[in-house]
Design a protein around this ligand. Sequence first.
Ligand code: SF4
Ligand code: SF4
Length: 300
Amino acid sequence: MEGKILTDKSLKIAIASGKGGTGKTLISTSMFYAIQEKYENSVLLDCDAEEPNSLLFFDASLKESLKVVQKVPVIDTDKCVYCGKCHDYCEYNAIFIIPPSRIIKVIEELCHGCGACSVACEYDAIIEKDTEVGRVNLFVTDNGMNLVEARMKSGVMSPVPVIKAAHKSTSDKDIVIMDSPPGTSCPFIQTVVEADYVILVTEPTPFGLSDLKQSVNTLKTMHKQYGVVINRAGLGDTKVYDYLKSENIELLAEIPFDKEIAILYSTGKIVAAHDDNLKALFMKIFESIYNSYGNSGNQR
Ligand code: SF4
Ligand code: SF4
């Protein structure tokens, strides 16, 4: 698009927080909005597959919907000898078996598709079938903004395969801004594992501090680069600031506790589209990360 930079670097930034409701969607939508005006070939990727909501902030049309499938075992009861080995190997209790009654059943909703049961079975009694676990939806706005959402099917236990597929669908993009699932469990890890840099969003409250510590500990074990944005600054106490100082963690920015921001966000507006100061702030955060962590030579 005219006036945009086609960068020679690639960069993936995950916006994450230890709990929901801290403002990561506000920040990811606003940062993407700010940078996409300048950087060609960028995308906003919503990895919160259980409840993706980034799309609500954009007027976008569905361009493509990719089915994500997972292998689920099917037991051939003619070959099965009801030895129970597959049940013992399944870490997710997805195989129900009563040998004396010759009953065996795969509980598909609990199955994670790991394949351990197939490996365990010595009687060739397990085959695998594809089952849909979700979709990766690709959207585009009238003015060319690219948006991707990972959306798991309801009733499925793990969003991880959908998140993996969503990452793959953005592999041709140079700049990827990811809205991460809340928490520090598998969906968070599957999201940030792809990131060059993680922005942790917190608020200056005891809950915010507790969740921030968990996120930081997880990122340390993953050897990830990260910094912190404090949202609703001015709301609580100074303990989050003390923690950042004591751990030598970079404070990237503070977003004030402000009624106007809250109204914009709660009415489905991209905050950076209505607040030039915040738009400039998000661009500044992005470019400081881009200058330090972008990978030379794009991957297209
Ligand atoms: S391991 Fe194979 S033979 Fe044994 S109970 Fe499972 S499916 Fe049946
Ligand atoms: S594929 Fe893995 S999770 Fe699914 S039933 Fe087999 S062992 Fe359990």
